[in-house]
Each structure stands twice: as C-alpha cells, then as structure tokens.
Design a protein around this ligand. Structure first.
Ligand code: NAD
Length: 268
C-alpha cells in the first residue's frame, strides 16, 4: 500500500504521549511503522496512543523512560530491540520549558531544560546509532541504515528573551544534529531536525488558550493560523521515509512563516 511507506520499520518517539510527539507517533503508525511510544508519566495516556496506532493496523508498545537518565534510556532501547528486533527510526521529541527572567533563573531550571532537551538527545541518539551500526543496511526496509529526527524549534534561529535555557538547548540541537549527520553520513545514517513554530500543544497553552493570546500570537505568524501536531507528523513521515533519502544535516522549518519576521512587513 503506497501510504504505508514505513511498513516493516521500527520507530521510537520520545515524549510521545502528548502534543507533537503524539502527532508524530500516530503519523508514523499510519504510515505502517511499528511504534514505540515513550513516556515519563501517565501510562494510561501513552496506552491510548498505542491503542490508536494498533487500530490503524500497525504494532505499538509504550515504554516508560526519562530520556535524561542513561540507565533508563539503555533499558528502553534494550526492550525495543528484544520486542521488535531492531530500530530504524528515532524521533528525539521530548522537550520541556522552564521559563524565567535570566537574572532569576535557577541552576535547577537551567539544568532541567538542558538535561531533557539536549542530553536526552545525546543518550537516545547514541543508543540508536549503536544499533544502526550493529545491524547494518537492510535494503528491503530502507535505502538508509537508520534515520534520526530531532525536534528542534524556530528558537534555533530566533533568540528568545525569558527563555534563555530553552533557546540555548535548541541552538545546541542544531549543531548536534549537523555534527552527527557529518560523522555518520558515510554509514548511510541520516540525521535531520524539524524546527516548528507555534504548534498547539500543552507546552505553550498560555499562547493560545484565550482569544486575546491567540490574536497576539497571530501577529507573529504570516499564515495566520496556529500549527497542529498533524502538520509535524506529515513532515516526520517524509523525513523518516526514503522519499527524503538525499536530505541529511538539515533543519526544516515548519512555522507558517514565523521566521520571515512579520514585524518587518511594513518596513520594520
Ligand atoms: P508537550 O509538553 O506536549 O510534549 C513534551 C513531551 O515530552 C511530553 O509528552 C512530556 O511527557 C515529554 N517529556 C518531558 N520530559 C521528559 C523526559 N525527561 N523523558 C521523556 N519524555 C519527557 O509539548 P510539545 O509542544 O509537544 O513539545 C514536543 C517537542 O516539540 C519539544 O521538544 C518542544 O521543544 C518542541 N517544540 C514545540 C513547539 C510548540 O509550539 N509546541 C514549537 C517548537 C518546538
């Protein structure tokens, strides 16, 4: 079936029980992938994502792990490989914000964001790459040996006052992704980022939950709508599939035009 272009491949999505991660997990499942739904809390919510993927005719399981903890990440990959034999696609999606004015930012707020948003990507990507290299290329599954997709943000481009820890982490994701793509391109491992603008999820509820907040948000978005997790899901399927086989080391911005800086539309 042409729309099940990830059939036979195993994908692990971190932070997949809400928001963008949920949207990506569902889209990968719809495209035929077997999906590992990683979560930290609320197993029952992760299970509803699993159930929806299974209802689409694909396999799925939920695995609990805090991506910032080495032992938990290693146990998650071990379980994935025991259950499904290998892993073909990793989506490093888990991310948090701990916002504060810089002079008030605590070390805990700084560390929490860097640990999840950046160290989590390191720990998960290292396990995925070890498995890709162990398994090698399986041409019947994909022309690439493995695919990693990092969930970055327009804040790898746009500085963000009041969110220095978050913007720092996403700036770090950019060179993390590009350096990995450079290091493993000759092993046919592709590494890319998705850089979303404003997507309607729990992480940014304050920006869309009242009509006033939404109106203010729209002044930043030329395309005049907030993004949906499904928008990101479609892009993740493309980046995970052989349709994007010549794309590596790139961050694809998906933001309704936020990074064309609408504030300058009338000359600045
Ligand atoms: P969200 O809060 O719904 O999702 C974040 C997910 O990460 C949650 O499921 C959470 O449980 C999980 N998570 C948090 N800490 C974790 C940990 N230690 N281990 C494993 N999982 C953990 O928000 P979202 O908007 O869906 O965010 C997903 C990603 O998208 C994040 O990396 C975020 O930075 C990025 N992003 C979001 C937007 C947006 O507008 N929503 C824009 C740009 C980038």
């Amino acid at each position: 079936m042409s729309n099940r272009k990830l059939e036979g491949q195993v994908a692990l999505v971190t932070g997949a029980s809400s928001g963008i991660g949920e949207g990506v997990a569902l889209a990968l499942g719809e495209a035929g992938a077997t999906v590992v739904v990683n979560y930290v809390t609320k197993p029952e919510v992760a299970q509803t994502v699993v159930d929806r993927i299974v209802a689409m005719g694909s396999k799925a399981i939920a695995i609990q792990a805090d991506v910032s903890k080495e032992d938990q990440v290693q146990a998650m990959f071990l379980k994935t490989i025991q259950e499904f034999g290998t892993i073909d696609i990793l989506v490093n999606n888990a991310g948090i914000q701990k916002d504060a004015k810089f002079e008030d930012m605590t070390l805990d707020q700084w560390n929490a964001v860097l640990n999840v948003n950046l160290t989590g990507m390191f720990l998960c990507s290292r396990e995925a790459i070890r498995e890709f290299l162990r398994r090698g290329l399986v041409p019947e599954r994909s022309v690439a040996c493995g695919k990693i997709i990092c969930m970055s943000s327009v804040h790898e481009i746009i500085p963000w006052a009041g969110h220095v820890n978050y913007a720092t982490s996403k700036g770090g994701v950019k060179l993390f992704m590009q350096s990995l793509a450079q290091e493993y391109g000759n092993r046919k491992i592709r590494v890319n980022s998705i850089a979303p603008g404003a997507i309607q999820t729990p992480i940014n509820r304050a920006a869309w939950e009242t009509p006033e907040a939404l109106e203010s948000l729209m002044t930043l978005i030329p395309y005049n709508r907030i993004g949906k997790p499904e928008d990101i899901g479609k892009l993740a399927v493309f980046l995970a599939s052989d349709d994007s086989d010549y794309i590596t080391g790139t961050s694809i911005v998906i933001d309704g035009g936020m990074t064309v800086f609408e504030g300058f539309a009338t000359g600045g």
